[in-house]
Design a protein around this ligand. Structure first.
Ligand code: MN
Length: 323
């Protein structure tokens, strides 16, 4: 038994539908265009452009389209492997994104500010349908680590009106309150991702297809869901939940989410600097200790909760600098 997956254009799917019309069944799995059962093979074509050939005749049947698929689609890939599905599931867990994910319609989620002493945590989930992928690339969406704040602002202001998203800002005062009540940062992040993804799902669900949800991985998926064990996670039963580190490079939805989160973080950071009356530094290095000390001298230690993540070691270092 072998499986073959092709990624093809809409035109090829239409041609396939015509070619297999006498073998098309009335099965209609989620996201599919058609299921056909010619001799020795089951063919499932998906709206994403993915076509799955299963059965003894799979590779032979797929070969009819393989050349075409590559000729007609720049990103066309031909992957053949016997019982590939099983070995993938066993080796990399259930949350590894499929190789074709780059062309799917995905909700991506990412957070910013977790390593910065000053400033909030911002989390964004964004939905990018596969017909918007090229447009976002043209607008310059890519890994936010390769973009400066000016570029981020320009791109964010262009994409915010065109992609459904949810942006959450956890300001320092609330962050410190939750942290002091015993929540660790991992749990806080998991809660924010959950809220953002749930919100985007309610926005896009009815009119749009969602092929999957991709979270930029900051802990093992099992740990992530364990953090949320006492929360409602409406998307948890969804089949296509993926976790990946460096997910900004895995699907552009995460890159877009990251840009929006970074944009919000930068704007909040500017407000805090204005409030402080001097420029607050990013990160958590020695310069941060100095500026935290300056802030304490100017406003008193109690005010620090409005601008900083108090449990960072920087707090003690700053107090030490004052003595
Ligand atoms: Mn991230």
């Amino acid at each position: 038994m072998s499986n073959t997956v092709l990624t093809v254009t809409k035109e090829i799917i239409n041609k396939m539908m015509e070619h297999y019309k006498s073998a098309i069944t009335n099965q209609n799995p989620p996201g599919s265009v058609f299921v056909a059962k010619p001799h020795g093979c089951t063919i499932t074509a998906y709206k994403s452009g993915k076509v799955l050939f299963q059965g003894n005749g799979a590779s032979m049947e797929a070969a009819k389209w393989g050349a075409n698929a590559n000729a007609h689609s720049q990103s066309g890939t031909l992957k053949t492997s016997a019982t590939k599905k099983k070995s993938v599931a066993a080796n990399s867990g259930n949350y590894a994104p499929p190789p074709t994910i780059g062309q799917l319609s995905i909700i991506g989620s990412d957070e910013v500010g977790t390593g910065d002493y000053f400033g909030p945590i911002t989390v964004t989930a964004a939905y990018v349908s596969n017909d918007k992928i090229e447009l976002l690339k043209e607008l310059g969406v890519k890994d936010s680590k390769d973009l400066n704040d000016t570029q981020i602002t320009k791109i964010a202001e262009q994409i915010i009106p065109i992609i459904p998203h949810s942006l959450l800002i956890l300001r320092n005062e609330k962050y410190n309150e939750l942290e002091q009540s015993g929540m660790n940062q991992g749990k806080l992040k998991a809660m924010l991702h959950n809220q953002a993804v749930s919100k985007v799902l309610t926005i896009v669900k009815s009119e749009n297809k969602v092929d999957g949800i991709l979270i930029d991985q900051f802990c093992q998926p099992e740990v992530f869901f364990n953090y949320l064990r006492d929360k409602s996670v409406p998307w948890k039963s969804s089949e296509n939940i993926y976790f990946s580190t460096k997910a900004e490079g895995v699907h552009i939805a995460v890159a877009a989410a990251s840009i929006i989160a970074r944009y919000a973080f930068v704007k909040e950071f500017e407000k805090l600097s204005k409030m402080a009356g001097f420029e607050l530094p990013k990160g958590a290095g020695p310069k941060v200790d100095q500026k935290a000390a300056e802030f304490i001298k100017k406003y008193g230690e109690a005010s620090l909760t409005k601008v900083a993540k108090l449990h960072f070691a920087n707090t003690d270092k700053a107090k030490h600098l004052i003595k």
